[in-house]
Design a protein around this ligand. Sequence first.
Ligand code: 2AM
Length: 255
Amino acid sequence: AVTGDVDAVVGGGDEVGDRGGNVCGVDHDRGVFAGVDPQRDAEDSRRTARRAAKSISFRLAMRCFVAIELSEQVRESLDTIQSRLRHDCPDLSWVRPANIHLTLKFLGEIEAEQADAVRVALDGVAARLSPFEFEGGGLGTFPPSGRVNVVWVGIEELSGVLKTCQRECESVLAAIGFAAEDRPFHPHLTLARNKNPRLSEKIRGAIVKCEGSRAVRQTVAAVTFFQSHLGQAGSRYEVLSLHAFTSVRPQRQVP
Ligand code: 2AM
């Protein structure tokens, strides 16, 4: 988990002393002695402050992504699909419907100041888009054949605006330093993850049985900037900002 990793690093070295009581660089213990060397004290304070700043900025790194939030109705449909699949494949790791979203861009670990730049970039995208509708397609897996890692509901969106939205996000985020994805965009809603390759055949069978349960449809009127908090009880996603589409002009469509 991010917190665990961070604690391990911060707690593992001499940073501990800095965090213990001297984050702002004031040395309270030394200050009570008369006749201390002021130059040396000042250098000590500067060094302490530098370490504290490094440690604080590291601790502020955030695991983030950009996604489309789902409506309550879509989440209910996904819940139903999961229940049907779970009947045949109880041992998958199921994503709670409240946690399912349509990921547009995974950013990974970012610094607090990058988050501000991401917000500005997404505001720019939202100003150029107007609301559109998508529909959930059939069920599928990553990878498409062989061992199953992920079970998903595919997204069908014939107008091409979803693709435009994803490309716009990709492009503004690339401009502020986030490497563009080299894989083609495959819009999907992750229902479950699988760690046991021996279940793969059973999963594919369950998917075939489930075909037909594909009634998900919603209007998309915003993109959301999320922070992911990894924890023992699973991930928790926090909304950092919501960027509502405000353009009234027709969408530019990607072929
Ligand atoms: P997905 O499961 O919808 O494909 C938040 O963690 C979201 O970011 C996940 O739902 C996942 O999208 C995506 N994600 C997580 N880790 C990722 C990684 N290492 N590379 C790409 N996308 C990732």
